[in-house]
Design a protein around this ligand. Structure first.
Ligand code: SF4
Ligand code: SF4
Length: 410
């Protein structure tokens, strides 16, 4: 059930329509029920018992990127995305999940099953990609452009504690997240390398699980709770002041969503709040250091894409840009609409490839106009969506920390 406090949100809507122009989905579809305002009014009818949720209603609730642009532009402070997430949880109880999602989420709920599936994927992936599915797409992303699985998961490449050479000036916990662990090992290697060079000891709790946010955002709130409670418990057993994340979505989960979810379920939120106050995005954490003397030149033209889960969920916009601008000879150039959603939206690009590709095309056009050879972004989902839809191999998509590590290597 949607909690009472969240139900009250619907009465804040004054139907001003300011959210509509901010909504990338509405700007593609142009009908009221696809807009945030329309969705809020439909949810209100369901809450008041005037409308029975139908398949069509379900479809409308999932025709949303959860980009939070409506929420940050609402003059009444209505948390549209939070309302939508709660509604999705209610709909999942009534309609269930698509079988593909149910299967994927079972993997994300078990570290052992996920590790086994990734091992199989690493063996079979190249065969499938080169023969059976090479010309097909996963949503909008060609299979050939899906990142390769790490030969060894990142967490298997390190002991639990990685100490710097020489004086230890600090200690952090590192919540690695599935994308870095299984796909983008260079992000994790860069995080550890940069932190160690700054004298920071890194502890990677080996029993951490998927943050659970992909499960929750699809409405499977009760399935996600196992991951949430497990991660909260293991992150609180270490007496370390800072928890580092390199993934915008993991950061949003640890800083905000865990507490929201448990609160809506009427559970105790003290432990989740203790995690939230200690969590920092890597760009946020690194901003406290004077890195200039450690950085060599990187002679690339670089533009930056703001992930929704970083810019809006966590209000982090300047830290990654400032870090990039610190790198000598790096030619930083802003793209138009840097903080507009890339169109990925988790499973959105798979479920609504037509709408997603139009939104992503705008992002790709903005990137091309900058003349940049590198796009930096701190979200693995955005990275896959952007890289998967770029028509050229001449543009790299990387995490900002990878550029910092490269600059430190020079
Ligand atoms: S901006 Fe807020 S108050 Fe205005 S229509 Fe949208 S949800 Fe309602
Ligand atoms: S979260 Fe984004 S896509 Fe969804 S209704 Fe709001 S603005 Fe539109």
């Amino acid at each position: 059930m949607i909690s009472n406090s969240l139900r009250e949100e619907v009465y804040k809507c004054i139907k001003c329509g300011l959210c509509m122009n901010a909504c990338p989905v509405y700007k593609q579809l142009y009908f009221e029920a696809a807009s945030p305002r329309g969705k809020v009014q439909l949810i209100k009818q369901v809450i008041e018992g005037n409308l029975e949720p139908s398949d069509h209603f379900l479809d409308l609730m999932f025709t949303c990127l959860l980009c939070e642009n409506c929420s940050v532009n609402c003059p009444s402070g209505l948390k549209v995305d939070r309302l939508m997430k709660a509604m999705r949880a209610e709909l999942e109880e009534k309609f269930g999940l698509k079988w593909q999602k149910r299967m994927a989420f079972q993997l994300l709920r078990s570290s052992r099953l996920l590790s086994f599936a990734m091992f199989g994927g690493r063996l079979l992936g190249p065969v499938l990609a080169s023969n059976l599915i090479k010309d097909r797409k996963f949503g909008t992303i060609p299979y050939a452009k899906i990142p390769r699985i790490n030969r060894v998961p990142l967490m298997g490449q390190y002991p639990e504690t990685i100490s710097p050479k020489g004086h230890v000036s600090g200690r952090v916990l590192y919540f690695v997240g599935c994308a870095t662990n299984y796909f983008f090992e260079n992000v994790g290697l860069s995080v550890v390398s940069v932190l160690n060079r700054l004298g920071v000891e890194v502890i990677i709790p080996k029993d951490q699980m998927c943050c659970g946010l992909p499960i929750f955002l699809s409405g499977a709130r009760s399935m996600a709770v196992k991951n949430i409670l497990h991660n909260v418990e293991i992150l609180n057993t270490h007496n370390v002041d800072t928890i580092i994340v390199d993934c915008a979505t993991c950061g949003a989960a640890l800083k905000k969503e865990y507490t929201n979810i448990l609160e809506e379920m009427g559970a105790n939120t003290d432990a989740a709040r203790a995690v939230a106050t200690r969590t920092q995005d890597i760009s946020q954490f690194l901003s406290r250091f004077d890195l200039k003397k450690l950085l060599g030149p990187v002679r690339d033209r670089v533009t930056y894409h703001d992930p929704c889960h970083l810019a809006r969920s966590q209000a982090i916009r300047e830290d990654p840009r400032n870090l990039l601008k610190m790198i000598p000879e790096l030619d930083f150039v802003e793209m138009e609409g840097a903080d507009s959603c890339c169109g990925g939206g988790g499973t959105f690009q798979w479920e609504h490839p037509g709408i997603a590709s139009s939104i992503t095309q705008k992002k790709v056009d903005a990137i091309m106009q900058t003349g940049a050879s590198v796009v930096a972004s701190g979200c693995p989902g955005c990275r896959m969506q952007i890289y998967g839809n770029l028509d050229t191999e001449l543009i790299q998509v990387v995490h900002p920390v990878e550029l910092l590590a490269k600059a430190m290597d020079h």
